[in-house]
Design a protein around this ligand. Structure first.
Ligand SMILES: Cc1cc2nc3c(=O)[nH]c(=O)nc-3n(C[C@H](O)[C@H](O)[C@H](O)COP(=O)(O)OP(=O)(O)OC[C@H]3O[C@@H](n4cnc5c(N)ncnc54)[C@H](O)[C@@H]3O)c2cc1C
Length: 394
């Protein structure tokens, strides 16, 4: 492929974020610039997107995160039309089976506060006491549970690969160029990025550089001498069969942090490792020890039918983990102003990709947020020490 010498926008990383940004730029009638997406692995075998659970929920604890996910549902419902190419509509397979957050007495006040915030922003979430939980979810052991929050509408999960490929396909149809290469260097001149160097050789000029490198975002930022606290952190998903047939489960989060949901005819479960066992990770070898130590005891306690299960597989993926406050970092760097971040989603990037993609496109085209003000997620909060605390990180 012959590339131009200069692109108005170069996006480093063509996962769900890079492709969402490329789509929202192409779909914006006020944008007529050139867009190049540099993706080092177009098979997407190891990226965060394809190893994700694809969960969509409004049950967050900050207004920005609730609003971003409300837009995600709106976008997913319109995606068949918005992302169709030559009459072929993508199928994101939205399974609207809900999220069920469970709290012990210790977590009850936080859960109730979160639900009040979610209601104030228009999210439909039910607050259930143990009796209501037991009658709605007879497979659940409510011992030790003080309350649950269930999103019966607008919550569930999609196929994350389908969303990535739908964004990518539509972005290309709207004029974006994708190249199979790696950004290996970033050239700066007088406080601006002038261009990027590619692994295959050569340098491309750019008007703006977007960091959409997912778990590698910190490494990419370092090429420009920038310190972005986003690191690859391993999360292992366990796949299992359950002998006893159960009704359709929501994505259920136990107070221990263990999460479980159906996947086809099987189930998948996950837990974030304890902080002292969560180093930056370069490999994708599943951490099998977590299953016996943490996951299975919690599953068997919470869902008695899961006392007899058979593990059939496991896979690991990297969270694009923001070690500062586990929230997205969006928008320009305060000094190197034509570097824009779209990073650090820490386990909720699939559902935030439509809002983040739209937001980055607005910053590029208009220099400001137009639809949803996400300025609290700016890079500036990091050197200023202004952490945004999201308590519902799964
Ligand atoms: C196990 C797991 C479960 C998850 N569950 C959920 C969930 O239920 N709901 C949810 O919303 N989110 C979830 N997430 C998080 C979500 O998957 C991520 O936040 C999201 O996929 C990040 O998208 P991305 O495009 O930024 O990163 P990626 O998908 O990793 O894409 C980044 C791309 O950049 C490329 N790249 C990196 N460096 C370079 C370079 N120098 N040059 C060129 N290309 C480069 C990579 O090859 C990669 O393809 C989960 C993640 C994991 C791992």
């Amino acid at each position: 492929m012959t590339l131009r010498a200069h692109y108005d926008v170069v996006i480093a990383g063509g996962g769900v974020m890079g492709s969402a940004i490329a789509y929202f730029l192409g779909a914006n009638p006020d944008f007529d610039g050139s867009v190049l997406v540099v993706e080092r692995d177009p098979s997407y075998a190891d990226c965060a997107t394809t190893r994700s659970w694809g969960g969509i929920r409004q049950q967050f604890s900050t207004p920005e995160n609730v609003r971003m996910s409300l837009f995600a549902v709106e976008f997913i419902r319109s995606a068949a039309e918005a992302l169709a190419v030559e009459g072929e509509a993508p199928d994101l397979t939205f399974r609207e089976q809900g999220y069920l957050f469970l709290a012990s007495t210790a977590g009850q006040a936080v859960l109730e506060g979160n639900v009040a915030l979610q209601h104030s922003l228009g999210a439909e979430v039910l607050l259930l006491d143990p009796d209501a939980l037991a009658s709605r979810f007879p497979w659940l052991n409510t011992a030790g549970i003080a309350a649950g929050a269930f999103g019966a509408r607008n919550e569930g999960w999609i196929d994350p690969s389908a969303l990535l490929h739908a964004f990518r396909r539509k972005a290309r149809a709207l004029g974006a160029t994708y190249v199979h290469d790696e950004v290996t260097g970033i050239d700066t001149v007088r406080g601006r990025v002038a261009g990027v160097r590619l692994g295959a050789g050569g340098t491309l000029g750019c008007g703006a550089l977007v960091n959409a490198a997912g778990p590698q975002a910190g490494a990419l930022a370092a090429l420009a001498g920038l310190d972005l606290p986003v690191r690859p952190r391993k999360r292992t998903t366990f796949v299992f069969d359950c002998r006893e047939p159960l009704p359709p489960l929501p994505l259920t989060i136990d107070p221990s942090g263990v999460a479980v949901r159906p996947e086809g005819g099987q189930y998948i479960a996950i837990v974030s490792p304890p902080g002292d066992r969560d180093p930056d990770s370069a490999d994708l070898e599943p951490d099998h020890g977590l299953f016996e130590e943490i996951v299975w005891p919690a599953l068997a306690e919470r869902v008695p039918a899961f006392g007899a299960i058979k593990v059939t597989g496991a896979w690991a993926g990297h969270y694009d983990y923001n070690t500062f406050d586990q929230n997205a970092v969006l928008g320009p760097h305060p000094v190197l102003g034509n570097v824009l971040f779209c990073n650090g989603f820490s386990g909720h990037g699939i559902q935030q990709s439509p809002a983040a993609g739209r937001a980055l496109a607005e910053l590029i085209v208009y220099g400001r947020y137009v639809t949803l003000d996400l300025s609290t997620l700016s890079f500036e909060r990091i050197p200023a020490g202004l952490a945004i605390r999201e308590v519902n990180v799964v």
